[in-house]
Design a protein around this ligand. Sequence first.
Ligand SMILES: C[S@@+](CC[C@H](N)C(=O)[O-])C[C@H]1O[C@@H](n2cnc3c(N)ncnc32)[C@H](O)[C@@H]1O
Length: 157
Amino acid sequence: MTAGGSSLPEVQALLRVLAAGRDVAELGTAFGEGAAALAETARSVVTVERDPERAALARERLAGLANVELLEGDCYEQLRGRGPFGLVFADGGRPFDWEAIVALLEPGGIVVKDDLAPGRPVEGDSVREFLLRHPRLAAAEILTTPATAAIVAVRLR
Ligand SMILES: C[S@@+](CC[C@H](N)C(=O)[O-])C[C@H]1O[C@@H](n2cnc3c(N)ncnc32)[C@H](O)[C@@H]1O
């Protein structure tokens, strides 16, 4: 089984807000906890997990959620040609292919990247450099807990 656990409750609360009424893609399902939170408010959720053991556990967790589609494999391959999405939760798929992720978004669509250490400089941090400086994104870094941060970015055009 690969590393990386479930998203924090604080992040899941943020995801419920941002997903409301939207078509959502999640990169990295793990055990399905983030997808279950997204599904509470989203119109639809497509979630992708490459680890077969995790995908099997997530399939049990997400069984019965009619608005969730769980795909097994590499998130970039599985989501190619899908979308556009109103929200993408980029939680797996390192090294992140940010251009491919932005291409999944509709104009006005939102991307969330969590699991950041707060207060780090933008320079030299490839995630922050891309999301906070991309000309087609407006982005903000927020605290999700006193010790963790996320970047929320919207595609402008
Ligand atoms: C932090 S966990 C995801 C947690 C989950 N999103 C949640 O909110 O509970 C990251 C997951 O991404 C998966 N992953 C890593 N690279 C991936 C890839 N290229 N395609 C699909 N899944 C990937 C890992 O196996 C791991 O289960």
